[in-house]
Design a protein around this ligand. Structure first.
Ligand SMILES: [Mn+2]
Length: 328
């Protein structure tokens, strides 16, 4: 009856469901299904986000399934008294902007960070946040709509890289529960429109720039590359047979945005990027198989024509270190 606690927590308040700032299908599916779940109990809510939606495939999902998130800037009436539920992110994360309301609840599948005193906290390890929210319907017996089931399945697919990354029993159980309740024609359309034409340029660059050093595949994308695409490129480099860790980075005004992927059970992407980024005065983290981080420009000598070498060397050092630790 854990969901009852959430209902009790938000009842009688103006409720906003806030995913991270650059919401992906998992974040938006979770927010959307949670909105419908609350609606079943006559609790109305609004989905809001502070950044922007970066990929056309995510916009297609919103259009197809009639999901209507609002940008924070479009919401004039939010006050400090309003209640916020964070989904697919936690308060204090670098990727979620503080908004005027009070964060009272959090539903997330990332490792717990910080000690923020949520009134309702559902932070569990799973391949997707969508699976956690699907569990609310499954466990409570609240009927799930076709659009909600389709959105959650799509969220599971994207976050688990087609059921191949970080999959837990809950993801598998929820897949089984959602599939017959979804619109599979819509799901297939969404799954087959992941790439955009403009993405091909970035894939071409990654292919041209890839450097493989001892099972670590590095690629630099020297033009603006959104986070979602950077992650896709990192997945792509990891799919090379000789690579068990991929590191793809792009230059932003303040520094390098880095995406790291590791094959299951071999290395920990989150720990690797955390150590590397922190050693450059930046930060990062994430799952064992999928993580991201930021390296400030000031700490890399970009004047050096071989500046990338500084990054690669540090990554290789940390990778060696963790390989040695796992042997011991
Ligand atoms: Mn997620």
């Amino acid at each position: 009856m854990y969901w009852n606690k959430l209902l009790k927590c938000v009842q009688g308040h103006a409720v906003y469901i806030q995913p991270h700032d650059f919401p992906d299908p998992d974040a938006l599916a979770s927010a959307f299904a949670l909105q419908s779940f609350l609606e079943y109990y006559q609790i109305s809510s609004e989905i809001c986000y502070a950044g922007r939606i970066e990929t056309r495939s995510t916009l297609l999902m919103l259009e197809m399934l009639e999901i209507k998130p609002k940008r924070i800037s479009e919401i004039k009436e939010m006050s400090e008294k309003d209640y916020i539920i964070n989904v697919d992110a936690q308060k204090g994360n670098a990727n979620i902007t503080d908004v005027p309301g009070k964060v009272v609840a959090c539903i997330d599948h990332h490792p717990l960070v910080g000690t923020y005193p949520y009134q309702y906290q559902d932070v569990r390890k799973a391949g997707s946040c969508s699976s956690l929210v699907a569990g609310y319907f499954y466990d409570s017996g609240v009927p799930i709509g076709k659009k909600e089931a389709t959105a959650l399945l799509y969220g599971i697919h994207i976050d688990t890289n087609q059921l191949r990354r970080g999959l837990t029993d809950l993801d598998v159980d929820m897949y089984h529960y959602l599939y017959p309740r979804s619109n599979t024609v819509y799901l297939n359309q969404l799954l087959s429109s992941k790439l955009e034409y403009r993405d091909l340029k970035a894939f071409g660059t990654a292919i041209n720039n890839v450097q493989i050093i001892e099972h670590v595949g590095f690629a630099y994308i020297p033009f603006d590359c959104p986070d979602a695409l950077l992650g896709m490129l990192s997945d792509f480099i990891l799919s090379l047979d000789v690579v068990n860790c991929s590191v793809v980075y792009t230059l932003r005004p303040e520094g390098l945005k880095v995406s790291v992927r590791c094959s299951a059970g071999e290395l920990h992407a989150g720990q690797i990027i955390k150590e590397v980024a922190e050693s450059f005065g930046g930060g990062g983290g994430g799952h064992a198989e999928m993580a991201g981080g930021f390296i400030p420009k000031a700490s890399v000598n970009m004047e050096d024509p071989d500046w990338e070498n500084q990054i690669r060397t540090r990554f290789l050092e940390i990778v060696h270190q963790s390989e040695n630790e796992s042997v011991l």
